[in-house]
Design a protein. Structure first.
Length: 567
Protein backbone atom coordinates (compact mmCIF):
# COMPACT_ATOMS: atom_id res chain seq x y z
CA UNK A 1 0.00 0.00 0.00
CA UNK A 2 1.34 3.42 -0.94
CA UNK A 3 2.15 5.58 2.09
CA UNK A 4 -0.52 8.24 2.54
CA UNK A 5 2.06 11.06 2.54
CA UNK A 6 3.05 10.11 -1.02
CA UNK A 7 -0.52 9.93 -2.23
CA UNK A 8 -0.37 13.19 -4.23
CA UNK A 9 2.36 11.61 -6.40
CA UNK A 10 -0.15 8.96 -7.49
CA UNK A 11 -2.65 11.57 -8.66
CA UNK A 12 -0.96 12.85 -11.78
CA UNK A 13 -3.79 12.49 -14.30
CA UNK A 14 -3.82 15.52 -16.57
CA UNK A 15 -6.81 17.82 -16.78
CA UNK A 16 -7.14 17.94 -20.53
CA UNK A 17 -9.99 20.24 -21.54
CA UNK A 18 -12.79 22.44 -20.29
CA UNK A 19 -13.02 24.05 -16.88
CA UNK A 20 -11.93 22.02 -13.87
CA UNK A 21 -13.47 22.62 -10.46
CA UNK A 22 -10.73 23.29 -7.94
CA UNK A 23 -10.35 23.80 -4.21
CA UNK A 24 -7.16 25.34 -2.85
CA UNK A 25 -6.46 25.40 0.92
CA UNK A 26 -4.47 28.46 2.01
CA UNK A 27 -4.70 27.14 5.58
CA UNK A 28 -6.55 24.67 7.75
CA UNK A 29 -4.80 21.52 6.49
CA UNK A 30 -1.90 19.84 8.32
CA UNK A 31 -2.66 22.33 11.10
CA UNK A 32 -5.47 23.28 13.47
CA UNK A 33 -6.30 26.89 12.74
CA UNK A 34 -5.85 29.46 9.96
CA UNK A 35 -8.75 28.00 7.97
CA UNK A 36 -9.07 29.37 4.45
CA UNK A 37 -10.21 27.69 1.22
CA UNK A 38 -10.34 29.08 -2.32
CA UNK A 39 -12.88 27.46 -4.66
CA UNK A 40 -12.48 28.18 -8.39
CA UNK A 41 -14.41 27.43 -11.51
CA UNK A 42 -13.73 29.07 -14.85
CA UNK A 43 -12.71 32.67 -14.29
CA UNK A 44 -14.55 32.98 -10.96
CA UNK A 45 -13.56 32.17 -7.42
CA UNK A 46 -14.93 32.39 -3.88
CA UNK A 47 -13.25 32.12 -0.49
CA UNK A 48 -14.51 30.16 2.51
CA UNK A 49 -13.21 31.50 5.85
CA UNK A 50 -10.11 33.56 6.60
CA UNK A 51 -8.70 32.64 9.99
CA UNK A 52 -5.57 33.03 12.05
CA UNK A 53 -3.28 30.71 13.92
CA UNK A 54 -1.34 31.54 17.06
CA UNK A 55 2.45 31.52 17.40
CA UNK A 56 4.45 28.88 19.22
CA UNK A 57 6.65 29.84 22.18
CA UNK A 58 9.74 30.22 19.98
CA UNK A 59 8.12 32.78 17.64
CA UNK A 60 9.15 35.80 19.69
CA UNK A 61 7.17 38.97 19.05
CA UNK A 62 4.65 37.36 16.68
CA UNK A 63 1.02 38.17 17.49
CA UNK A 64 -0.83 35.97 15.00
CA UNK A 65 -0.18 33.96 11.85
CA UNK A 66 -2.36 34.55 8.78
CA UNK A 67 -2.62 32.85 5.38
CA UNK A 68 -0.56 34.02 2.44
CA UNK A 69 -3.15 36.00 0.47
CA UNK A 70 -0.93 36.83 -2.53
CA UNK A 71 -2.73 34.30 -4.74
CA UNK A 72 -6.05 36.05 -4.05
CA UNK A 73 -4.71 39.59 -4.35
CA UNK A 74 -3.19 38.83 -7.75
CA UNK A 75 -6.62 37.59 -8.95
CA UNK A 76 -8.86 39.98 -7.05
CA UNK A 77 -11.00 40.77 -10.09
CA UNK A 78 -12.17 37.14 -10.10
CA UNK A 79 -13.31 37.12 -6.46
CA UNK A 80 -17.12 36.89 -6.17
CA UNK A 81 -17.38 36.79 -2.39
CA UNK A 82 -16.15 35.47 0.96
CA UNK A 83 -18.28 33.05 2.98
CA UNK A 84 -17.56 32.86 6.72
CA UNK A 85 -18.91 29.72 8.40
CA UNK A 86 -18.75 30.93 12.03
CA UNK A 87 -17.20 33.47 14.35
CA UNK A 88 -14.14 31.77 15.85
CA UNK A 89 -10.75 33.44 15.41
CA UNK A 90 -9.39 30.57 13.35
CA UNK A 91 -12.10 31.38 10.78
CA UNK A 92 -12.43 35.21 10.93
CA UNK A 93 -9.18 36.53 12.42
CA UNK A 94 -7.32 37.21 9.15
CA UNK A 95 -10.12 39.24 7.55
CA UNK A 96 -8.88 42.63 8.82
CA UNK A 97 -5.53 42.07 7.12
CA UNK A 98 -7.06 40.81 3.88
CA UNK A 99 -9.53 43.70 3.72
CA UNK A 100 -6.72 46.25 3.86
CA UNK A 101 -5.96 45.45 0.24
CA UNK A 102 -9.21 44.42 -1.39
CA UNK A 103 -12.95 45.03 -1.33
CA UNK A 104 -15.13 41.98 -0.87
CA UNK A 105 -18.71 40.94 -0.32
CA UNK A 106 -18.92 38.90 2.91
CA UNK A 107 -21.69 36.35 3.41
CA UNK A 108 -22.28 35.19 6.97
CA UNK A 109 -24.73 35.13 9.87
CA UNK A 110 -25.64 38.16 11.95
CA UNK A 111 -23.59 37.05 14.97
CA UNK A 112 -20.48 36.30 12.94
CA UNK A 113 -20.84 39.61 11.10
CA UNK A 114 -21.07 41.42 14.45
CA UNK A 115 -17.89 39.74 15.69
CA UNK A 116 -16.09 40.62 12.46
CA UNK A 117 -17.20 44.25 12.69
CA UNK A 118 -15.70 44.38 16.20
CA UNK A 119 -12.33 43.55 14.63
CA UNK A 120 -12.46 46.03 11.75
CA UNK A 121 -11.02 49.06 13.48
CA UNK A 122 -9.31 50.54 10.40
CA UNK A 123 -11.30 52.84 8.15
CA UNK A 124 -9.97 51.09 5.05
CA UNK A 125 -11.05 47.66 6.28
CA UNK A 126 -14.52 48.96 7.14
CA UNK A 127 -14.82 50.56 3.71
CA UNK A 128 -13.76 47.34 1.98
CA UNK A 129 -16.26 45.04 3.72
CA UNK A 130 -19.84 44.71 2.49
CA UNK A 131 -21.90 42.30 4.59
CA UNK A 132 -24.73 40.09 3.36
CA UNK A 133 -26.52 38.54 6.35
CA UNK A 134 -27.63 34.96 5.83
CA UNK A 135 -28.75 32.16 8.13
CA UNK A 136 -28.25 28.42 8.15
CA UNK A 137 -30.52 26.79 5.59
CA UNK A 138 -30.35 29.66 3.10
CA UNK A 139 -29.58 29.23 -0.61
CA UNK A 140 -27.98 31.96 -2.75
CA UNK A 141 -25.84 32.53 -5.84
CA UNK A 142 -22.37 34.00 -6.25
CA UNK A 143 -21.24 35.07 -9.70
CA UNK A 144 -22.39 33.01 -12.65
CA UNK A 145 -20.95 29.69 -11.52
CA UNK A 146 -21.59 29.14 -7.81
CA UNK A 147 -24.87 27.98 -6.27
CA UNK A 148 -24.49 28.02 -2.48
CA UNK A 149 -26.61 26.15 0.07
CA UNK A 150 -25.99 26.26 3.81
CA UNK A 151 -26.76 23.82 6.61
CA UNK A 152 -27.17 24.35 10.35
CA UNK A 153 -24.38 23.00 12.54
CA UNK A 154 -23.88 22.40 16.21
CA UNK A 155 -20.53 23.75 17.43
CA UNK A 156 -19.17 25.66 20.41
CA UNK A 157 -20.48 28.97 19.06
CA UNK A 158 -24.00 29.80 17.83
CA UNK A 159 -24.97 30.66 14.26
CA UNK A 160 -22.49 28.43 12.45
CA UNK A 161 -23.12 26.56 9.22
CA UNK A 162 -21.66 24.15 6.71
CA UNK A 163 -22.16 24.64 3.01
CA UNK A 164 -22.58 23.05 -0.39
CA UNK A 165 -21.00 24.69 -3.44
CA UNK A 166 -22.52 23.54 -6.76
CA UNK A 167 -20.85 24.45 -10.04
CA UNK A 168 -21.14 23.18 -13.62
CA UNK A 169 -17.95 21.23 -12.90
CA UNK A 170 -19.08 19.44 -9.77
CA UNK A 171 -20.17 19.81 -6.15
CA UNK A 172 -18.14 20.46 -3.02
CA UNK A 173 -19.52 20.16 0.51
CA UNK A 174 -17.61 21.71 3.42
CA UNK A 175 -18.74 20.31 6.75
CA UNK A 176 -17.65 23.30 8.80
CA UNK A 177 -16.69 22.76 12.45
CA UNK A 178 -19.33 20.39 13.78
CA UNK A 179 -20.46 17.93 16.44
CA UNK A 180 -23.61 15.82 16.70
CA UNK A 181 -24.79 17.02 20.12
CA UNK A 182 -28.24 15.52 20.78
CA UNK A 183 -29.07 17.98 23.59
CA UNK A 184 -27.63 21.19 22.15
CA UNK A 185 -27.90 24.69 23.53
CA UNK A 186 -30.44 26.89 21.69
CA UNK A 187 -31.72 23.71 19.96
CA UNK A 188 -29.03 24.17 17.29
CA UNK A 189 -28.77 20.61 15.97
CA UNK A 190 -26.52 19.62 13.12
CA UNK A 191 -29.05 19.19 10.31
CA UNK A 192 -28.15 15.69 9.19
CA UNK A 193 -31.30 15.52 7.03
CA UNK A 194 -29.99 18.32 4.82
CA UNK A 195 -26.57 16.66 4.63
CA UNK A 196 -28.35 13.43 3.61
CA UNK A 197 -30.31 15.26 0.89
CA UNK A 198 -27.07 16.66 -0.50
CA UNK A 199 -25.60 13.17 -0.44
CA UNK A 200 -28.54 11.78 -2.40
CA UNK A 201 -28.13 14.54 -5.01
CA UNK A 202 -24.41 13.77 -5.35
CA UNK A 203 -21.27 15.17 -3.72
CA UNK A 204 -17.93 15.07 -5.50
CA UNK A 205 -15.61 16.35 -2.77
CA UNK A 206 -16.49 16.39 0.93
CA UNK A 207 -14.19 18.59 3.07
CA UNK A 208 -14.59 17.13 6.57
CA UNK A 209 -13.60 18.32 10.07
CA UNK A 210 -11.30 15.64 11.58
CA UNK A 211 -10.08 17.44 14.71
CA UNK A 212 -11.16 14.68 17.10
CA UNK A 213 -10.55 11.62 14.93
CA UNK A 214 -8.45 10.10 17.75
CA UNK A 215 -11.30 10.41 20.29
CA UNK A 216 -13.39 7.25 20.40
CA UNK A 217 -17.15 7.41 20.55
CA UNK A 218 -19.01 10.72 20.73
CA UNK A 219 -18.14 14.16 22.07
CA UNK A 220 -20.12 14.91 25.28
CA UNK A 221 -22.95 17.44 25.21
CA UNK A 222 -22.23 21.06 26.04
CA UNK A 223 -25.04 20.95 28.61
CA UNK A 224 -22.86 18.83 30.90
CA UNK A 225 -20.76 21.91 31.61
CA UNK A 226 -23.76 23.66 33.14
CA UNK A 227 -24.18 20.73 35.54
CA UNK A 228 -20.50 21.01 36.55
CA UNK A 229 -20.79 24.77 37.04
CA UNK A 230 -23.74 24.25 39.37
CA UNK A 231 -21.78 21.67 41.36
CA UNK A 232 -18.81 24.05 41.75
CA UNK A 233 -20.91 27.13 42.57
CA UNK A 234 -22.83 25.23 45.23
CA UNK A 235 -19.59 24.38 47.06
CA UNK A 236 -17.77 27.70 46.60
CA UNK A 237 -18.12 30.59 49.02
CA UNK A 238 -15.45 32.88 47.58
CA UNK A 239 -15.19 34.75 44.31
CA UNK A 240 -15.34 32.68 41.13
CA UNK A 241 -13.38 33.48 37.98
CA UNK A 242 -14.06 31.64 34.72
CA UNK A 243 -11.52 31.87 31.89
CA UNK A 244 -12.85 30.83 28.48
CA UNK A 245 -12.89 31.83 24.85
CA UNK A 246 -14.65 35.15 24.44
CA UNK A 247 -16.96 33.74 21.72
CA UNK A 248 -18.08 30.66 23.67
CA UNK A 249 -21.57 32.06 24.18
CA UNK A 250 -23.22 28.72 24.97
CA UNK A 251 -20.88 28.27 27.92
CA UNK A 252 -21.21 31.90 28.98
CA UNK A 253 -24.99 31.48 29.01
CA UNK A 254 -24.80 28.40 31.20
CA UNK A 255 -22.52 30.17 33.67
CA UNK A 256 -24.81 33.22 33.68
CA UNK A 257 -27.85 31.06 34.40
CA UNK A 258 -26.10 29.26 37.27
CA UNK A 259 -24.71 32.51 38.68
CA UNK A 260 -28.19 34.05 38.60
CA UNK A 261 -29.49 31.15 40.65
CA UNK A 262 -26.84 31.83 43.29
CA UNK A 263 -27.40 35.63 43.25
CA UNK A 264 -23.93 36.44 41.93
CA UNK A 265 -23.16 39.61 39.99
CA UNK A 266 -21.00 39.34 36.87
CA UNK A 267 -17.95 41.39 35.84
CA UNK A 268 -16.19 40.91 32.51
CA UNK A 269 -12.44 41.37 31.98
CA UNK A 270 -10.87 41.52 28.52
CA UNK A 271 -11.78 43.77 25.60
CA UNK A 272 -12.66 40.96 23.20
CA UNK A 273 -15.02 39.38 25.72
CA UNK A 274 -16.66 42.69 26.62
CA UNK A 275 -17.31 43.44 22.93
CA UNK A 276 -18.40 39.88 22.17
CA UNK A 277 -20.90 39.76 25.03
CA UNK A 278 -22.33 43.12 23.99
CA UNK A 279 -22.75 41.93 20.40
CA UNK A 280 -24.32 38.60 21.40
CA UNK A 281 -26.77 40.33 23.78
CA UNK A 282 -27.77 42.86 21.15
CA UNK A 283 -28.50 40.11 18.61
CA UNK A 284 -30.33 37.88 21.08
CA UNK A 285 -27.74 35.11 21.37
CA UNK A 286 -27.04 35.81 25.05
CA UNK A 287 -29.52 36.56 27.83
CA UNK A 288 -28.20 38.47 30.83
CA UNK A 289 -30.79 39.60 33.40
CA UNK A 290 -30.99 43.34 33.97
CA UNK A 291 -28.75 44.58 36.76
CA UNK A 292 -26.58 41.47 36.78
CA UNK A 293 -23.58 42.98 34.96
CA UNK A 294 -21.27 45.26 36.95
CA UNK A 295 -18.06 47.12 36.10
CA UNK A 296 -14.78 45.63 37.27
CA UNK A 297 -14.29 48.65 39.55
CA UNK A 298 -17.39 47.56 41.50
CA UNK A 299 -16.16 44.07 42.38
CA UNK A 300 -14.88 45.03 45.83
CA UNK A 301 -18.27 46.59 46.65
CA UNK A 302 -19.81 43.12 46.91
CA UNK A 303 -19.22 40.14 49.15
CA UNK A 304 -16.96 37.43 47.75
CA UNK A 305 -19.85 34.97 47.39
CA UNK A 306 -21.73 37.51 45.26
CA UNK A 307 -19.15 37.76 42.47
CA UNK A 308 -18.51 35.89 39.22
CA UNK A 309 -15.83 37.20 36.85
CA UNK A 310 -15.48 36.19 33.20
CA UNK A 311 -11.93 36.66 31.90
CA UNK A 312 -9.99 36.14 28.69
CA UNK A 313 -6.80 34.11 28.88
CA UNK A 314 -7.76 30.44 28.85
CA UNK A 315 -4.74 29.82 26.56
CA UNK A 316 -2.23 31.70 28.70
CA UNK A 317 -2.01 34.62 26.27
CA UNK A 318 0.58 37.11 27.61
CA UNK A 319 -1.67 40.21 27.48
CA UNK A 320 -4.91 38.52 28.51
CA UNK A 321 -6.78 39.41 31.69
CA UNK A 322 -6.12 36.07 33.42
CA UNK A 323 -2.37 36.12 32.71
CA UNK A 324 -2.07 39.70 33.94
CA UNK A 325 -3.99 38.83 37.11
CA UNK A 326 -1.71 35.83 37.65
CA UNK A 327 1.28 38.17 37.33
CA UNK A 328 -0.33 40.77 39.67
CA UNK A 329 -0.34 43.28 36.81
CA UNK A 330 -4.12 43.78 36.58
CA UNK A 331 -6.35 46.18 38.50
CA UNK A 332 -8.25 43.12 39.74
CA UNK A 333 -6.13 41.00 42.08
CA UNK A 334 -6.32 37.27 42.71
CA UNK A 335 -6.31 36.48 46.40
CA UNK A 336 -6.51 33.58 48.80
CA UNK A 337 -9.92 31.91 48.67
CA UNK A 338 -10.66 32.69 45.01
CA UNK A 339 -11.66 29.89 42.63
CA UNK A 340 -10.45 30.04 39.03
CA UNK A 341 -12.10 27.78 36.46
CA UNK A 342 -10.18 27.36 33.20
CA UNK A 343 -13.00 26.26 30.90
CA UNK A 344 -10.92 25.31 27.86
CA UNK A 345 -8.25 22.81 26.92
CA UNK A 346 -4.88 24.20 25.81
CA UNK A 347 -4.46 24.47 22.06
CA UNK A 348 -1.42 22.35 21.03
CA UNK A 349 1.66 24.46 21.74
CA UNK A 350 0.02 26.46 24.56
CA UNK A 351 0.40 23.84 27.28
CA UNK A 352 3.48 25.43 28.85
CA UNK A 353 1.94 28.93 28.92
CA UNK A 354 -1.25 27.65 30.54
CA UNK A 355 0.79 25.65 33.07
CA UNK A 356 2.74 28.76 34.09
CA UNK A 357 -0.48 30.73 34.62
CA UNK A 358 -1.97 27.93 36.75
CA UNK A 359 1.14 27.82 38.95
CA UNK A 360 1.10 31.58 39.46
CA UNK A 361 -2.58 31.57 40.34
CA UNK A 362 -1.95 28.79 42.86
CA UNK A 363 0.91 30.75 44.42
CA UNK A 364 -1.52 33.65 44.95
CA UNK A 365 -3.83 31.34 46.91
CA UNK A 366 -6.44 30.53 44.26
CA UNK A 367 -8.01 27.11 43.79
CA UNK A 368 -7.62 26.34 40.10
CA UNK A 369 -10.03 23.95 38.38
CA UNK A 370 -9.40 22.75 34.85
CA UNK A 371 -10.66 19.81 32.81
CA UNK A 372 -8.20 17.46 34.54
CA UNK A 373 -10.08 18.04 37.81
CA UNK A 374 -13.72 18.56 36.77
CA UNK A 375 -15.65 18.41 33.51
CA UNK A 376 -15.42 22.14 32.81
CA UNK A 377 -14.76 21.77 29.09
CA UNK A 378 -16.07 19.67 26.24
CA UNK A 379 -14.96 19.94 22.64
CA UNK A 380 -16.97 21.66 19.95
CA UNK A 381 -15.83 19.09 17.39
CA UNK A 382 -17.26 15.66 16.69
CA UNK A 383 -15.40 12.56 17.83
CA UNK A 384 -14.55 9.51 15.73
CA UNK A 385 -18.05 8.04 15.48
CA UNK A 386 -19.55 11.40 14.59
CA UNK A 387 -17.03 11.80 11.78
CA UNK A 388 -17.97 8.34 10.48
CA UNK A 389 -21.69 9.10 10.67
CA UNK A 390 -21.47 12.35 8.74
CA UNK A 391 -19.23 10.79 6.11
CA UNK A 392 -21.65 7.86 5.65
CA UNK A 393 -24.60 10.26 5.37
CA UNK A 394 -22.95 12.32 2.62
CA UNK A 395 -21.26 9.41 0.73
CA UNK A 396 -18.97 11.59 -1.42
CA UNK A 397 -16.86 10.45 -4.36
CA UNK A 398 -13.78 11.99 -2.75
CA UNK A 399 -13.09 12.82 0.87
CA UNK A 400 -10.74 15.66 1.93
CA UNK A 401 -9.95 16.14 5.65
CA UNK A 402 -9.34 19.55 7.20
CA UNK A 403 -8.93 21.06 10.68
CA UNK A 404 -6.26 18.55 11.67
CA UNK A 405 -2.52 18.15 11.86
CA UNK A 406 -0.59 15.46 9.99
CA UNK A 407 -1.20 12.89 12.73
CA UNK A 408 -4.98 13.44 12.46
CA UNK A 409 -4.73 13.14 8.68
CA UNK A 410 -2.89 9.84 8.91
CA UNK A 411 -5.39 8.43 11.42
CA UNK A 412 -8.29 9.59 9.22
CA UNK A 413 -6.69 7.97 6.18
CA UNK A 414 -6.34 4.65 8.00
CA UNK A 415 -9.94 4.92 9.24
CA UNK A 416 -11.21 5.50 5.71
CA UNK A 417 -9.40 2.40 4.47
CA UNK A 418 -10.98 0.33 7.26
CA UNK A 419 -14.38 1.68 6.21
CA UNK A 420 -13.80 0.39 2.68
CA UNK A 421 -12.97 3.70 1.01
CA UNK A 422 -10.51 3.49 -1.88
CA UNK A 423 -7.15 5.03 -0.96
CA UNK A 424 -7.04 6.97 -4.23
CA UNK A 425 -10.20 8.83 -3.20
CA UNK A 426 -8.81 10.20 0.08
CA UNK A 427 -7.42 13.66 -0.71
CA UNK A 428 -4.64 14.48 1.74
CA UNK A 429 -3.51 17.99 0.94
CA UNK A 430 -0.98 20.47 2.19
CA UNK A 431 -1.28 24.25 2.28
CA UNK A 432 -1.02 25.55 -1.28
CA UNK A 433 -2.12 22.29 -2.97
CA UNK A 434 -4.81 22.75 -5.59
CA UNK A 435 -7.25 19.85 -5.96
CA UNK A 436 -8.61 19.89 -9.52
CA UNK A 437 -11.63 17.84 -10.54
CA UNK A 438 -12.93 17.33 -14.06
CA UNK A 439 -15.35 14.50 -14.67
CA UNK A 440 -13.70 11.31 -13.44
CA UNK A 441 -10.24 12.84 -13.42
CA UNK A 442 -8.70 14.42 -10.35
CA UNK A 443 -5.24 15.82 -9.61
CA UNK A 444 -3.38 17.54 -6.81
CA UNK A 445 -0.85 20.16 -7.89
CA UNK A 446 1.14 22.70 -5.90
CA UNK A 447 -0.24 26.17 -6.66
CA UNK A 448 1.05 28.37 -3.83
CA UNK A 449 4.33 28.30 -1.90
CA UNK A 450 4.91 30.11 1.36
CA UNK A 451 1.74 29.28 3.23
CA UNK A 452 1.80 31.83 6.02
CA UNK A 453 2.49 35.43 6.97
CA UNK A 454 3.42 36.57 10.46
CA UNK A 455 1.86 39.63 12.08
CA UNK A 456 3.71 41.83 14.56
CA UNK A 457 1.54 44.74 15.65
CA UNK A 458 0.37 46.25 12.37
CA UNK A 459 3.28 44.82 10.38
CA UNK A 460 2.84 41.73 8.22
CA UNK A 461 6.13 39.92 7.62
CA UNK A 462 6.62 38.11 4.32
CA UNK A 463 10.10 36.93 5.20
CA UNK A 464 10.71 35.63 8.66
CA UNK A 465 13.91 33.55 8.64
CA UNK A 466 16.42 36.34 9.33
CA UNK A 467 14.16 38.13 11.80
CA UNK A 468 13.36 34.87 13.60
CA UNK A 469 17.08 34.10 13.92
CA UNK A 470 17.77 37.53 15.38
CA UNK A 471 14.92 37.22 17.90
CA UNK A 472 16.06 33.75 18.91
CA UNK A 473 19.54 35.08 19.61
CA UNK A 474 18.12 37.98 21.60
CA UNK A 475 15.95 35.68 23.69
CA UNK A 476 18.54 32.97 24.32
CA UNK A 477 21.86 34.84 24.30
CA UNK A 478 21.17 38.55 24.65
CA UNK A 479 22.86 41.25 22.58
CA UNK A 480 26.43 42.59 22.41
CA UNK A 481 27.03 45.94 20.74
CA UNK A 482 30.62 46.81 19.76
CA UNK A 483 31.60 50.30 18.67
CA UNK A 484 35.04 50.40 17.03
CA UNK A 485 36.86 53.70 16.49
CA UNK A 486 39.41 53.04 13.75
CA UNK A 487 42.27 55.29 12.71
CA UNK A 488 42.56 54.76 8.99
CA UNK A 489 45.77 56.82 8.75
CA UNK A 490 47.59 54.75 11.36
CA UNK A 491 45.87 51.51 10.38
CA UNK A 492 45.08 50.98 14.06
CA UNK A 493 42.20 50.67 16.52
CA UNK A 494 41.88 53.86 18.56
CA UNK A 495 39.15 52.65 20.95
CA UNK A 496 36.59 49.88 21.41
CA UNK A 497 33.35 50.25 23.39
CA UNK A 498 31.33 47.17 24.35
CA UNK A 499 27.77 47.21 25.68
CA UNK A 500 25.76 44.07 26.52
CA UNK A 501 22.15 43.43 27.43
CA UNK A 502 20.89 40.07 28.65
CA UNK A 503 24.31 38.45 28.24
CA UNK A 504 26.27 38.42 31.52
CA UNK A 505 26.37 40.70 34.56
CA UNK A 506 28.58 41.87 37.43
CA UNK A 507 32.09 40.50 37.71
CA UNK A 508 31.47 38.11 34.84
CA UNK A 509 30.94 41.08 32.53
CA UNK A 510 34.16 42.78 33.71
CA UNK A 511 36.13 39.64 32.95
CA UNK A 512 34.44 39.08 29.59
CA UNK A 513 34.79 42.74 28.63
CA UNK A 514 38.54 42.65 29.23
CA UNK A 515 39.12 39.41 27.31
CA UNK A 516 36.90 40.47 24.41
CA UNK A 517 38.43 43.91 24.10
CA UNK A 518 42.02 42.64 24.20
CA UNK A 519 41.42 39.82 21.72
CA UNK A 520 39.50 42.07 19.35
CA UNK A 521 42.17 44.76 19.32
CA UNK A 522 44.88 42.17 18.66
CA UNK A 523 42.82 40.65 15.88
CA UNK A 524 42.09 43.96 14.13
CA UNK A 525 45.70 45.08 14.28
CA UNK A 526 46.62 42.22 11.94
CA UNK A 527 44.19 43.17 9.16
CA UNK A 528 45.48 43.37 5.65
CA UNK A 529 45.80 46.73 3.96
CA UNK A 530 42.82 45.96 1.70
CA UNK A 531 40.66 45.16 4.76
CA UNK A 532 41.14 48.34 6.71
CA UNK A 533 40.15 50.36 3.68
CA UNK A 534 36.80 48.52 3.66
CA UNK A 535 34.89 48.95 6.92
CA UNK A 536 32.50 46.18 5.92
CA UNK A 537 35.38 43.72 6.11
CA UNK A 538 36.32 45.09 9.52
CA UNK A 539 32.78 44.63 10.79
CA UNK A 540 32.59 41.05 9.53
CA UNK A 541 35.95 40.18 11.08
CA UNK A 542 34.99 41.79 14.40
CA UNK A 543 31.63 39.94 14.49
CA UNK A 544 33.34 36.59 13.87
CA UNK A 545 35.98 37.24 16.52
CA UNK A 546 33.49 38.39 19.15
CA UNK A 547 31.22 35.44 18.41
CA UNK A 548 34.08 32.98 19.02
CA UNK A 549 35.18 34.76 22.21
CA UNK A 550 31.67 34.86 23.69
CA UNK A 551 30.94 31.26 22.79
CA UNK A 552 34.23 30.05 24.28
CA UNK A 553 33.80 31.88 27.59
CA UNK A 554 29.99 31.70 28.08
CA UNK A 555 28.60 29.02 25.77
CA UNK A 556 26.12 31.62 24.46
CA UNK A 557 25.42 32.87 20.93
CA UNK A 558 24.19 36.45 21.37
CA UNK A 559 23.11 38.81 18.65
CA UNK A 560 26.25 40.80 17.86
CA UNK A 561 26.06 44.28 16.34
CA UNK A 562 29.30 45.99 15.27
CA UNK A 563 29.59 49.65 14.30
CA UNK A 564 32.88 51.03 12.88
CA UNK A 565 33.68 54.74 12.92
CA UNK A 566 36.71 56.46 11.38
CA UNK A 567 38.76 58.80 13.55
Amino acid sequence: MRDFLDFSDAMTERITNGYPLSILPLGGVREIGKNCFVVEYGDEMIVVDAGVNFPSDDMFGVDVIIPNFEYLLERSERLKGIIITHGHEDHIGALPYFLRSIHSEIYTTDLTAGLIRNKLTEDEAKKNASFHIIKAGDDFHLGDCFDISTVQLNHSIPAGFGLRIKTPGGTIVISGDFKLDQTPMNNEYTDIRRFAKWGEEGVDIFVLDVTNVFKRGFTPSERRIGVTFEYIFERTHGRIFIALFSSHFHRLQQAIDVANGFSRRIAILGRSMIEGVATARELGYLNVPDGMLIDSEEIDSYKDNEILVFATGSQGEPLSALTRMASSEHTVSIRDGDTVIISANPIPGNEASVGRVINRLSELGARVIDSKIEEVHVSGHGAREEIKILYNIVQPRYIMPFHGETRQFREFYEMMLKMGHASSHVLLTEIGDRVQLQGDEIAIQKAVTGGERLVRGDVVENRWTKLANERWKLATGGVLIATIHYNRRKHDVAKIELISRGLVAGENWDYLFERAQTSLIDSLRTVEETDYVNFANLKERAEQKLSRIILRHTGLRPLIIVNVYEV
